[in-house]
Every structure is written in C-alpha cells, then in structure tokens.
Design a protein around this ligand. Structure first.
Ligand code: GUN
Ligand code: ZN
Length: 430
C-alpha cells in the first residue's frame, strides 16, 4: 500500500453552507487527524484513533494549528501578478494604463511560463491550492499556466481572455479566432488530470455581440465547461455597456442574449445589479464571485453578500489579482468582513472560512473534489498557525471560543500564518 501521511492538529469541519444552515455548519475539531493516501483524504477522525490505526503513516504534528481545506480563489488574473498595487485609477483607466500593457507581454511563452510559476509560488505560500484564472488573449498564456499547474499536480481552471474591441493592437482577436483558439485549448486541456478549461470573454465592453455569440455557441457545444466573465463592477462601466448594447435590457442581458448565461456561469464582482438581473442569476443557478479587496482598491462598490446569498444565489470569494490588492485569501476574508460591516452585516468567521474554501469550490462546481477536508476529497490542504505573530497571538490568547481564536488570523494573518500547504497529498515548502 502507498505510504500514508497522518496530519495531527485541529481540523476545520464543513457540514453545510453557513449562510443557509447556520454558522454551526462549520466547526473546529480539536485533537483531530487527517490521513492522506494516494493524493486523497483517506480518513478524518480523532487523533488517538488514527495514530493507533496507522502506526506506519508519516506523522506531521501540527499541535494547535488548524488543518483547513486549501483555499480556493474563484477569480484571478495570473498575468496581472507584476502590476498588482498600481496607483490611482478606476476600472477602465486602470485596464488601459496598467493591465493591457502588461498583458501584451504574454505572447512570449517564456515570459508567460515564468509568471505562471511565480504566481503559483505566491499563491501556494498563501495557502491557496486552486484558482480560476483569466489568462490573456494569447494561447501561449493558457499553455504556460496549465503546464505550470500540471507540473505541480494542482487543480486549476483557466481560459483564454477573449477581446475583439476596445483593447489595443496586439490584444484583440475576432469572433472566429476567439472561437477557434478557445476550442483548441479546451480540447487540449479540459479534463486533462486536474485541469479544467473555462470559456472566458473578458467582459461585454471588450467584445462585439458577434464574439459573445461565438463563445455562447462554444459553451453550448461544451456545456460541462464553466464560463467566466465580469458583470456590473463599476457604474461607469455599466453606462458604457448601455451605450455599446442599446438593445440590451441591462448588463446581464448582453450575456443572456448571446448564450452566456447559465448554471455553469461564474460572474465576477456583480455589485450594481438590478432586480431583473438578480432574479435571472438566481433562476439560472449561476454563481457570483465577491472580490472585496479589488472592489475597494479600484473603487467599485460594496457587494451585497447578505441580499444575494439570502435570495439563494451561489457566491464564491476571490482575490481578483491584480485588481485586488493581495494574493492572500486571509486578507481577502478580512476585506469581506470589513465590507460586511459597512453594510451592517458582519460576516461570521465560519462564513468567511466557508467562502474561501467550500463556497468558492461550489461556485466553481468542484465542491465534490476540493474545498472540504473529508473522506475521498482531494488532498489539498492549508495548515494555519493561529499565533503566527505576536500581535495575533496576544489577541488569540484572550479568545473565549475557537472562532475568536481564528478571527485574528483572518484579520491580520498573512503568508506567515501558513505553516504548510499540501497539494495533491504533497507538502509544498512555503
Ligand atoms: N473587468 C474587465 N477586465 C477586468 C480586469 O482585468 N480586472 C477587473 N477587476 N475588472 C475587469
Ligand atoms: Zn477580474
């Protein structure tokens, strides 16, 4: 039998969705252990029992550290790694000034591969094991990202970012090339090992109706693929969409009318939604992704987490690197908490941890494989040290319950809190 690893510590238990089932659906088991074998979780239970039952397993004693599912970042742009924290612009100017010039560089396969590796190093150091990434217009950027993830045995989702207008020379394709390139990449990578292709129109302002229709057709031919795009991030952007698509009822309608609204659709930001858009998102079973550091950094607005989850819409959480200002899902949970406060709805640590793990995995339709530490799930884990700095440990020592002990790490933790990341049953040095 293959060598097993026994991780001993506290374990994050996720039995349900805390927004629906209450915060007790997520809990912290003390004196617990997780057995990993063959890249999967083979057993979870009391440490004493697992120690006795598996004397030959390699032991990893994590003490009071919290063994969590690896974080799932549901919306990122790996090509924006080098332009994160760019000053002073709102969305459209930020794209033109910082993003597009950097994305131009990803036609060079060597640069693309180097950035893919740097990005995956940074995210692993922050405890993130799965991301859904936009690439650039260049097929090379998709090849590089999937190849880098495959070499690490990592579950990732990604796609070629299609644009055929309102982008500079060198960053535009056309409806036929968008369809053909995306189809070729999809056929090559979708379902290969742990990789999934995602059909990726950037957003309505940078696509003609013909391009959206071409990608809608590709999605109809490959309905098990996800489709990711941006929706209603800034008010200026929404006004621009209205000018570009005068026939559309609203922003979502530009996707709906072109075959780009569905249960496997994943829509980033979704801040300024109209009632009809909310109703259609709920009725179709689409997922939204909350990108809190991005929404404050680029000045977009405050996501309505409570209203959207209460109306039954599926929601995940994401950094939105590099519109977002961090690679860390801890920092992202902290920003989600702060935005919740501004909307008079402080999110519970159980809700925050769920969003960063099972919630994002469910939004990406991979919740049966990652996002929870449970029997048969893939062995992607993040071991969190809950006293990684003096400031955090001082507060954690005064905790009256386990969530009070976790919360300072959510609010103040960074990559120092990540004691170890496990990907596909292998420890990654961080
Ligand atoms: N809308 C269209 N493209 C982007 C992008 O790259 N980042 C963000 N935050 N919003 C977008
Ligand atoms: Zn984005």
């Amino acid at each position: 039998m293959t060598q097993a690893d026994l991780l001993i510590g506290r374990v994050l238990r996720i039995d349900g969705n805390p927004f629906v089932d209450g915060t007790d659906a997520v809990g912290i088991e003390t004196g617990a252990a997780v057995l990993l074998r063959g890249g999967l979780v083979a057993e979870v239970g009391p440490a004493d029992h697992l120690r006795a039952a598996h004397p030959d397993a390699r032991r990893h004693e994590y003490g009071d550290a919290l063994i969590c599912p690896g974080f799932v970042d549901a919306h990122v742009h790996y090509p924006q790694t080098a332009i994160i924290a760019s000053w002073g612009k709102r969305l459209i100017d930020w794209l033109d000034t910082y993003t597009f010039p950097e994305e131009m560089r990803f036609g060079d396969p060597d640069y693309a591969r180097a950035q893919a590796d740097r990005y995956l190093d940074l995210t692993a150091a922050n405890g993130t094991t799965t991301v859904a990434s936009y690439c650039t217009i260049h097929p090379e950027s998709v090849e590089a990202f999937f190849a880098a993830a495959e070499a690490r045995g990592q579950r990732v989702l990604a796609g070629k970012t299609c644009m055929d207008r309102n982008a500079p020379d060198g960053l535009r394709d056309d409806p036929v090339a968008a369809y053909d390139d995306s189809k070729a990449l999809l056929e090559r990578w979708h379902g290969r090992g742990r990789l999934s292709y995602v059909i990726t129109p950037r957003f309505s302002p940078t696509s003609t109706r013909e391009q959206l229709e071409a990608l809608g057709a590709l999605w109809a031919e490959n309905p098990d693929c996800l489709m990711q795009t941006h929706l209603s991030e800034q008010t200026d952007e929404i006004a621009w969409v209205r000018e570009l698509f005068p026939e559309a009822r609203d922003y979502l309608d530009t996707y709906e009318a072109t075959g780009l609204l569905g249960a496997n659709g994943v829509y980033g930001h979704a801040i300024h939604l109209e009632d009809r858009e909310r109703d259609r998102l709920r009725d179709t079973g689409a997922a939204l992704v909350h990108c809190p550091t991005s929404n404050t950094f680029i000045g977009s607005g405050l996501f309505d987490m409570d209203g959207l989850t209460q109306s039954g819409i599926r929601v995940g959480l994401a950094t939105d690197t590099g519109g977002g200002s961090s690679f860390s899902m801890l920092r992202t949970m902290a920003a989600a908490y702060e935005i919740g406060q501004l909307r008079d709805r402080p999110l519970h640590p159980a809700e925050l941890m769920w969003l960063a793990t099972a919630g994002s995995a469910d939004a990406l339709r991979i919740g049966d494989r990652v996002g929870r530490v449970a029997l048969g799930m893939e062995a992607d884990l993040c071991v969190l040290d809950l006293s990684s700095t003096d400031a955090i440990s001082q507060r954690a020592e005064r905790a009256r319950d386990p969530w009070e002990e976790v919360f300072p790490t959510i609010m103040m933790g960074d990559d120092r809190a990540v004691r170890q990341t496990w990907i596909a049953g292998r420890p990654i040095k961080v």
